[in-house]
Ligand binder design. Structure first.
Ligand SMILES: [Zn+2]
Length: 237
């Protein structure tokens, strides 16, 4: 009996070992193929963002609209995560946000949006960022959508606003720039202050925090926009 079992087992062992190593090799190969497929898919998705034809944007209301000289143009590179190059077919509102990252500069937030092209961490961007000293950066042209305001991405202009602390309140310089920029957009695209809304009004998100928690501060901001609209229209009259 002993000789029989050893005789039986011996010829099978190498074959079983061979099978196991084939199985491992196959698993490794499949995993490598799957990883390559994911990598190619990511590359293709990134490429899609940069293959948009700018000519497609010529029918949009924001096409060819130049920003005032108090806005610094610092456009994001075309990419699927923060500047997909898709047309903004309609402008029927301006949405105000706060960055939610106390003490960060307009430039730092702009660089974060630009970096998403590489990290693919999430999809986010805004047309403008107003900084702690009232500086204004433009990240996305007015003819293209930004990724900021959920269901209103295709008919609004988004403004992200920097703030010094957790309250989310804008400094006087920042606030003055937000009002001025918003007023300029209202004049440019024939909007009323009731078309100036908070992210909160779109999705219920507590953004811009201070102006959701303090309704009177939001009303004051809109009054400031109204005043600046009158200033602009008097200038051009
Ligand atoms: Zn927001």
């Amino acid at each position: 009996m002993m000789t029989y079992t050893t005789f039986q087992e011996k010829p099978y062992r190498p074959r079983r070992r061979l099978k196991r190593s084939w199985r491992i090799a196959l698993t490794v190969l499949c995993a490598a193929l799957a990883l390559s497929a994911v990598y190619v898919a990511v590359l293709v998705r990134r490429q899609l963002g940069s293959n948009q034809n700018p000519a497609d944007l010529s029918g949009t209301p924001g096409y060819g609209v130049a920003v005032p000289d108090w806005v610094e143009e610092d456009l994001l590179p075309l990419n699927a995560y923060s500047r997909p190059g898709e047309a903004l077919p309609e402008i029927s509102g301006v949405v105000i946000h706060y960055v939610g990252n106390p003490g960060t500069s307009a430039q730092a937030n702009r660089n974060y949006f630009a970096g998403l092209a590489r990290t693919g961490e999430t999809s986010a961007s805004s047309h403008f960022i107003v900084g702690l000293e009232g500086e204004i950066l433009q990240c996305v042209p007015l003819s293209e959508i930004s990724y900021c305001s959920n269901t209103r991405n295709y008919d609004t202009i988004a403004i992200e606003v920097c703030h010094a602390d957790d309250t989310g309140q804008f400094s006087p310089d920042t606030l003055a720039s937000v009002e001025r920029l918003t007023a300029w957009l209202c004049v440019q695209f024939d909007l009323d202050t009731d078309q100036v809304i908070r992210h909160y009004d779109v999705s219920g998100k507590i953004c811009p925090k201070y102006y959701v928690e303090h309704q009177e501060a939001w009303t004051d901001l809109l009054a400031g926009v109204e005043k600046d609209i009158r200033g602009f229209t008097d200038e051009t009259a």
